[in-house]
Design a protein around this ligand. Sequence first.
Ligand code: NOJ
Ligand code: CA
Length: 701
Amino acid sequence: MKPFFLFFILLSNLAFSQNYSIKSPDGKLSLQFSLNSDGTPVYALTAGQQQIVGQSKMGIAIKDDPGFTRDLAITKADSSTKDENWNTVWGEEKTIRNNYKELAVNLEQKSGKKLQVRIVFRLFNAGLGFRYEFPVQPALQYFIVTDELTQFKMGADHKVFWIPGDYDTNEYSYSESKLSEVDAIAKGAATEISTRKVFAKNGVQTPLMMKTAQSTYINIHEAALVNYPAMDLTIDAADGFVLTSHLVPDAVGNKAYMRTTDRTPWRVINYSDKATGILASRVILNLNEPSVIKNTSWIKPMKFVGVWWEMHVNRATWDYAGTQNASNTTVQEMKPSGKHGATTANVKKYIDFAAKNGIEGVLVEGWDVGWEDWFGKWKEEVFDFVTPYPDYNVPELHKYAESKGVKIIMHHETSGSATSYERWMDSAFRFMKNNGYDAVKTGYVGRIIPRGEWHDGQWMVNHYSRVAAKAATYQIMVDAHESVRLTGLQRTYPNWMASEAARGNEFNAWSVGNPPAHETILPFTRLMGGPMDYTPGIFETQMKYYDTSKTTMVHTTLTKQLALYVTMYSPLQMAADLPENYERYPDAFQFIKDVAVDWDTTIYLAAEPGDYITIARKKRNGNDWFIGAITDENARTSTIKLDFLPTGKNYEAIIYQDGKNADWKTNPKAYMITKQKVTRASVINLALAPGGGTAIQLKAL
Ligand code: NOJ
Ligand code: CA
């Protein structure tokens, strides 16, 4: 630890006159902390003359005590510096620099029980993190958090990319508006989302992406969400555009049950004068604890196909009888409809397809008894996670997959009954290991059990972590759907590879879908916290292909689906379409076969939330680079300078791009593939179609 320096400014007209200030390692950002006249902690964040966050209140309210909201005194303040590099198990980069200045302030109530809290700030070049810690102390041990009063005073009516604050879902499309124009109630009427709980007109979720009138970018989220509810924000447009933390409550209205030595998650403000700077920030990962898993050799990024899209396009069913009705009959009495997707024969076809194309995994949904009445019943016992339907032969498929060198990925839909899942988890994971499964996709569709709890409350936050921790003891990788949004915990549990926790590609199959700008916003919002299982790779974008009466469609061109493998980071990437559609476009499918899922280096070449993103990534343990460029509904030309390549090296660029008159709406499947020799002196000019994208492989020669 280097010695710190602390600015101690005496302001004579304030009752409490200690102002503390630290600067980021590069000196560009500055944090000020003090107590205001009534003893409330306040902080501000600036970049030179620009206020990023104006003076804002902090505090934690607890039950049966004034808590830590006012009437506090500073008893101690320390500062320190950290500069270290650490290696990721998998990720967008092999090595990450963790460099910050820290200020830790101990506070004590001036009267009453003299309870103590400690606020720790870490200021990085890319932004600020701070959290509340509760040290061991004489008059406090167990306590209930009734509210968190953390505020972020934005000071101006920034442009904001938002989804409604909601205790139960994050599967909304994004709105782009001014802070003052947010209307979460109107947006929250989205009926294609079955389980939702919008709490206020002015409530929004994090990660919250904002752009100022000066074209600087601010992103607010949290890091290391452990044993605490997720944080939404409310906007007070009348009073300096103050955002206030709104914690997801539990079944009886409390926010969190804690004890001393616990601490809150980090509140994170990423800041940059470039949009690409927000994407490049590693503040959230750096604020998470290192891996608790010592031997990580079994954790392997991979691509997978699955018995999945055929259910979403209504070609097959999850349930055996296809009636969605248990009608008091046993499975043995049910008649298979012939449309059941997860049959031994069908899964073998997917295994063959995966083996032939070098794809490591096959996800199988609808294999287990329970799908008859899985949805909307708020029923506690639905699945036991070990009983297959009569037409799904577990040992036979185990042998078959093994003989082809393919791994079957388990599916555990809990239908929101987390209590039942916790009871079955050990036997379910044992069953998986006995039958050769190394990865599980979990799901929480529907209302949560314990009844009264929400998807994003403290109980469920702890549940998702318990699943990841338990899975790790069985050496199982996890991909959680309908979970709370990620907060960088994948550093601590690297077997928790991905979550959905946002609006995935599936919405394009059966709803109004995802507007073309959606994938240009997600990396600035949901993906700030970690990988998303977006399920890219839909080639047959028009659902009328399956049923002429259908008008639903994927709101992208075919090659934009390819570019998503680079722009939408996940160590588990699905090739989500049906094998037959890949067989219709084998030359385009080649990109999915070749693209990497684990990276050595990532370079954010160009980005603007809601408009476009271009990213280049170098394969981990390889020499090839991959580039993805995507646009919103507007056609766009883009110039990519390859000067990030090493000197003296030659590459073959294989460019998968939109065809001449391609358009997501009218001509989505027009594409062309061209090849050229390139070096670091080369420049590639791209023309992206409306809703389009380009994917490039730079093959080292
Ligand atoms: C919603 C998930 O996001 C989807 O991937 C899954 O197929 C269904 N639930 C059924 O579990
Ligand atoms: Ca979902």
